[in-house]
Design a protein around this ligand. Structure first.
Ligand code: NAP
Length: 284
């Protein structure tokens, strides 16, 4: 029988746990976690993501500040703002919404964020810490995927895990987290010779390519756990994932829907990282 993993419900319970912890922290210390969100330009998708993040902060009881900068902001101006936020003790997390306008170098901007406030876990220091398994923050989307896998009760240890996609923000850290839980991990990408054969080996299959419905039922092993990170549009403009849900669901033991699977978890994990950053700052 196929079980649909309800990311909305799991995300709501993670956020409720964070809300209660935040309340307790405030009662004990008088400190509220604070997240500063920077958005440069007027990309409509980025605007939706930023609004969702601000709403989550307010629901949970965090302080949040939005810095909406015009598209023509210079790198020096952006770096000056980041420097100011790095030195502001009420700000525990700094997030610069990507993608940035083309004239701004994402790497330079990410490198400028204090690693202790890098709640996206994109800074090279945090990436390195994840690699050696000694980290404070996990990148939000892969961390959310791990929560979803844990919710199934299926142990990763000893399982054949296949990750399709090798981006720095999803595929690579995803593979690392599965490895930390003793999965046997294969990473596939656009040059993989026989993608279908690799996917058919997977007990746990995580797909993050940005190619609508590219993994179909013929590419999935009977009983696999299938996690679809994709957020794509189908031929009718309707939101869909990288997995063809209709043909894959009958074969999977567990599968995430799109929407309502991985998406809601990403923000919950961002909130979790911000709370962690705040606790670390208090203990300093
Ligand atoms: P990305 O940076 O574009 O990376 C895509 C990866 O997929 C690349 O490694 C690419 O291989 C691989 N790929 C592309 N076409 C392929 C094919 N035909 N066969 C095998 N591999 C292929 O994308 P991303 O940032 O990782 O995001 C992936 C998807 O996840 C997107 O739909 C994005 O919107 C979604 N996403 C969702 C969330 C969420 O919160 N739900 C968060 C982040 C991303 P090469 O490296 O060889 O080019």
């Amino acid at each position: 029988m196929t079980n649909i993993i309800n990311g909305k419900e799991i995300s709501a319970s993670v956020k409720e746990r964070i809300r209660l912890e935040t309340e307790k922290l405030f009662n004990e210390t008088g400190v509220k976690p604070g997240l500063a969100v920077i958005i440069v330009g007027d990309d409509p998708a980025s605007r939706i993501y930023v609004n969702n993040k601000k709403k989550a902060c307010s629901d949970i009881g965090f302080n949040s500040w939005e810095y909406a900068l015009p598209a023509e902001t210079t790198e020096a101006e952006l770096l000056e703002l980041i420097n100011k936020l790095n030195n502001d003790n009420s700000v525990h997390g700094i997030l610069c919404q990507l993608p940035l306008p083309k004239h701004l170098d994402e790497k330079t901007v990410i490198d400028a964020i204090d690693p202790k406030k890098d709640v996206d876990a994109f800074h090279p220091v945090n990436v390195g810490k994840i690699m050696i398994g000694d980290y404070d923050f996990l990148p939000c989307t892969p961390a959310g995927v791990m929560e979803l896998i844990h919710s199934t009760g299926v142990s990763v240890s000893g399982k054949k895990c296949v990750v399709v996609g090798r981006s720095n923000i999803v595929g690579k850290p995803m593979a690392m987290l599965l490895l930390h839980e003793s999965g046997t991990v294969t990473i596939c990408h656009s040059r993989t010779k026989d993608l279908a054969a690799e996917c058919r080996e997977a007990d746990i299959l995580v797909v993050a390519t940005g190619v609508a419905k590219m993994v179909n039922g013929d590419m999935v092993k009977e009983g696999a756990v299938v996690i679809d990170v994709g957020m794509d549009r189908d031929e009718n403009g309707k939101l869909c994932g990288d997995v063809d849900f209709d043909s894959v669901a009958p074969k999977a033991s567990f599968i995430t829907p799109v929407p309502g699977g991985v998406g809601p978890m990403t923000i919950a994990m961002l909130m979790s990282n911000t709370l962690t950053a705040c606790k670390i700052a208090i203990c300093k």
